[in-house]
Design a binder for this molecule. Sequence first.
Ligand code: 15L
Length: 266
Amino acid sequence: MADKPILLTGAAGALGRWLRPRLIEKYGRLRVSDKIDPAPLHKGEEGVVADISNFEQVSRAVAGAGAIIHFGAYSIEAKWETILPANIIGTYNIYEAARLHGVKRVIFASSNHAIGFHEVTKKLDSMSLRRPDGYYGVSKAFGEDMGSLYVDKFDMQVACLRIGSALPEPKDPRHLSTWLSYPDLLRLVTACLDAPKLKFAVLYGMSKNTRSWWSNAGVPEVDYRPEDNAEDYAAQILSHGDQRDPKAPSTRFMGGPYCDIDYVKR
Ligand code: 15L
């Protein structure tokens, strides 16, 4: 059992709830935090109610943690006034509380929406230019940069996971490229927690998808080996062909439907 609990923020969300028992099984102890009560608690869990936009509450949640998995966020595109407290101020609060409490390692749930305006004909790696597809994507790009700063200046260790579509099953043609199965999400998070040489890393949160647009080849320090492949669902998903408009931003760009929002035709 780990001597200090790992803190998981966003623990009441769908991904958090799925990860919790599996992380306890592997690491023995978990501190689960969310702005709503993350109850019921499993054996090995301690619960902390904390609004990530409030530094005092975040500081209380972070004190004494061994590492942080930061999944707490507003998790879809929204107006700036919604994104700012949860995803910008909230992410700063996590890194800063980690620094003050001597918590070295943060696993940050970034998103494919940080690179959403790249054309789907490209292949991206961790060095590719970011092209956010909305305020949500901008907030994830911010979280990656903040992580980079805290590594370079304060000697922390940060892995940013550009999560694609984390779902029990892929549901549409885009997911054939972006899907991240829940078991692969667990493999990715634990690979980051266990990586002995982690400094700063950006990884795509994807399964072993045949149609992937992304590569993690440039990040050998994290031994992530996905096992699932959205291609297993391709026949079912494409049984009536790909019905999408090939000219729509949601088809042309990696961020899918987020790219259609307020898109100015040219
Ligand atoms: C995300 O980052 C969102 O949290 C999720 O709701 C999906 O929109 C996903 O990306 C996706 O791109 O499929």
